[in-house]
Each structure stands twice: as structure tokens, then as C-alpha cells.
Design a protein around this ligand. Structure first.
Ligand code: IPD
Ligand code: CA
Ligand code: CA
Length: 258
């Protein structure tokens, strides 16, 4: 246990170092992945490689599931699920709202999750069974129902049908909630649910690297995260995700669950 604690501390240090390297002021040029709204930068790739190298040294038996460069080996005992920059579009605009998202799964169970926004120095973290923390301070989901809640949502501009459906739900949910927010980083949206800023977050299609770390952080903060049907999401496929405090999550699923 003590040894794991030490290794996680080293992982934390690696994430902080990777974050420092994202505090750039030079011009950020972006490459298109599938179209002009789906971007990757040299920083996404460099951050991912930096973390893979660092975590491989910390845990020799680690394998990796990452967003960039088709890195998808979940065969190890310790699997790191990494989104090197969640919120790349924000990053290219110096928007200050992007995060490094890292989850560690062991034998199919989430053990540790960390989401770090280096621009604001917000470090969200959770360890299974040990609560969720924001810059070292224990956090909890809100007790608000949907009507008292800010509802965050995300949708990739490049999935057109999902985008239209997401905005349809967002428009409708405005009649049932305090207001809506769209931040551009699903990992941070989940952390905002965990610390009670938002009552609910939804997005109709996310990959494991977008939500794995945030999922543990929400759960350890007393919240719920499911797919859009109300079930445990599938880590091996893309899933619609709904996270929230228990009451607001239930209200949302009742209204929009499929
Ligand atoms: C994206 C962000 C965004 C969400 C997209 C994700 P990326 O991640 O989390 O908020 O709406 O679905 O793909 O591409 O910036 O890592
Ligand atoms: Ca990314
Ligand atoms: Ca992402």
C-alpha cells in the first residue's frame, strides 16, 4: 500500500511537470485529424509520450490506452488511460481551460484518477475508496436538484447528428435547470460536478480517456456516472455519459435517458 502511495506521488509529479510544459506562449499550430474542428498539436503528442515514458519507469508492468497515435494496449496489470490534453481546441486559443487526464485501472477496476488544469493549477484527484480532492481539499457533489443546478454539456463539432441532438437536449434542459454551461473539456466538466459547481454533466459520445479519471473523481465525491441508459459505461467503446449528484442525475436520466 505504502509502495503504491509512493508510485502515485511520482505519477502526480510527472503530471505536474507535463503541465508546466503546456504553459507556452509561442504560436500553437494545430493539425487536423478528421476535419478542421478535430485538432491535434505537437503538445498533445509530446505530453502523451512524456507521460508514457514517466509512468513506464514508475510501474514497469504498465500498459497504455491513450487518445493519440493509436496507443491501445490494455493487457497489463496496470493500465493507464490518458488524454494528454482534454480541451485541445481551447488550448490552441490560449483559453486556459484544458487538462491532462490520467486514470489508472488495475484488473478492470479504476484505482486512481487525476485531472490537472495547468493554466489555473487546479489538481483534481481520487483514489478508490479514499475520497476525491481538489488541490488537497476533500470535495463533494452538490445536493441540488436539477432546478437548482448548472448543467454542463459537451459535444464534438465533428459528430453532426450528435451535436444537433445535444443542443436539442441543452435547450430543453434550460426549462428544468438553473442554466447551462459548455466548457470544452469533458474531464474538467466531470470535476466541476465532483466539487459541486455543476449538478449534472452530459455528453452523448465520449471515449474512456475523456471520462475515466473524471468518473472515479465523481464517484469518490459521492456522485454517480452512467451511460445515457443509466448503466455502467463501456470502457472499450464510445459511450454517452451522464454524471451528477444522485438526485439530479436521476432527474436527468428520467427526462432524457434512452
Ligand atoms: C474533447 C473535449 C470536449 C468534448 C469532446 C472531446 P479533446 O476532448 O473533452 O469538451 O466535447 O467530445 O473530444 O478532443 O479536446 O481531447
Ligand atoms: Ca485530447
Ligand atoms: Ca478529450
Amino acid at each position: 500500500m505504502e509502495q503504491l502511495q509512493q508510485k502515485l506521488e511520482q505519477c502526480r509529479q510527472a503530471i505536474l511537470e507535463a503541465g508546466k510544459r503546456l504553459l507556452v506562449t509561442d504560436e500553437i499550430s494545430a493539425e487536423e485529424k478528421t476535419d478542421y474542428t478535430n485538432l491535434v498539436t505537437k503538445y498533445d503528442k509530446a505530453t502523451q509520450q512524456f507521460l508514457i515514458d514517466a509512468f513506464s519507469q514508475i510501474m514497469e508492468d504498465a500498459t497504455f490506452l491513450c487518445e493519440e497515435e493509436d496507443v491501445a494496449d490494455t493487457s497489463g496489470k496496470n493500465v493507464f488511460i490518458i488524454d494528454p490534453i482534454d480541451g485541445t481546441a481551447n488550448f490552441t486559443k490560449y483559453y486556459g481551460h484544458s487538462a491532462i487526464s490520467v486514470a489508472l485501472a488495475r484488473e478492470g477496476r479504476l484505482l486512481w484518477g487525476a485531472v490537472y488544469n495547468p493554466f489555473t493549477e487546479d489538481f483534481f484527484e481520487a483514489r478508490a475508496g479514499e475520497g476525491a480532492y481538489h488541490n488537497g481539499k476533500c470535495i463533494h457533489v452538490s445536493k441540488d436538484g436539477l432546478k437548482q443546478s448548472l448543467v454542463a454539456f459537451g459535444t464534438s463539432p465533428y459528430y453532426r447528428e450528435l451535436r444537433d441532438e445535444s443542443f436539442r437536449i441543452a435547450l430543453d434542459v434550460m426549462d428544468h435547470a438553473l442554466d447551462i454551461r459548455r466548457s470544452g473539456s469533458a474531464a474538467l466538466d466531470l470535476c466541476y460536478v465532483a466539487c459541486g459547481r455543476c449538478g449534472v454533466f452530459f455528453e452523448l459520445q465520449l471515449s474512456a480517456w475523456d471520462f475515466a479519471a473524471g468518473m472515479l473523481i465523481v464517484q469518490e465525491a459521492g456522485g454517480v456516472l452512467t451511460d445515457i441508459h443509466g448503466n455502467t459505461p463501456d470502457f472499450t467503446a464510445k459511450s454517452g455519459i451522464v454524471a451528477g449528484n444522485k438526485a439530479a442525475h436521476q432527474e436527468f436520466i428520467k427526462l432524457y435517458g434512452k
